[in-house]
Design a protein around this ligand. Sequence first.
Ligand SMILES: N[C@@H](CCC(=O)N[C@@H](CS)C(=O)NCC(=O)O)C(=O)O
Length: 207
Amino acid sequence: MLTLHHLNNSRSQRILWLLEELEISYELKTYQRDAKTSLAPVELRAVHPLGKSPMIQDNGHLITESAAIVEYLCARHGPHMVPPVDSDAYIEHMELMHFAEGSAMTPALLALYVGRLGEAGAPLQPRIKEQLDSHFSYMEQVIRPSGHFVLDDLSAADIMLSFPAEIAVRQKRSADFPKIAGFVERMHSRPAFQRTLEKAGPYFEFS
Ligand SMILES: N[C@@H](CCC(=O)N[C@@H](CS)C(=O)NCC(=O)O)C(=O)O
């Protein structure tokens, strides 16, 4: 049976959500962030030296990195969630899948860490804000009239982009990026997402 190593309030929520969407049987191992530092507990390092979540174990493989896990699960259980390799949408889908971790998360993490420096971080803030705006604006622009990032139904790119989209909402930017806010609301109203809350407990302010 597949095992998900799941950290509360983390990127792992999208893997839990994908498992629910694809109705895959899995065992959930939950880990709680430290109340003071927000870091993952050391037990996660016993699973993998990086000690990060998400991680899955399946058929003797330990797989890290959200995008790799999403690709792995879709290839085996949800090929309908990735456009056919010979279609125009395939390349756009692949770019957006990897944009989520490879690009959008960089300014989001800088905002988090530099924000803790207070005044000392002030010189970096304009560039961080400009980069956050640029990445969120791009996402806002590519959301289709259907409300999805690619094609007109749930795709692996929607799953991956849900985390940076939620960050825009958590940073109180919904009025600036209404399509992103609508996307988050619709994704969270899906029955499969609702089941993640029943199984793993609260998720940021979205529970
Ligand atoms: N690019 C990786 C990032 C993994 C990652 O940084 N996970 C965070 C949770 S959102 C984590 O485990 N942080 C806990 C810690 O560093 O102590 C992925 O997408 O899986």
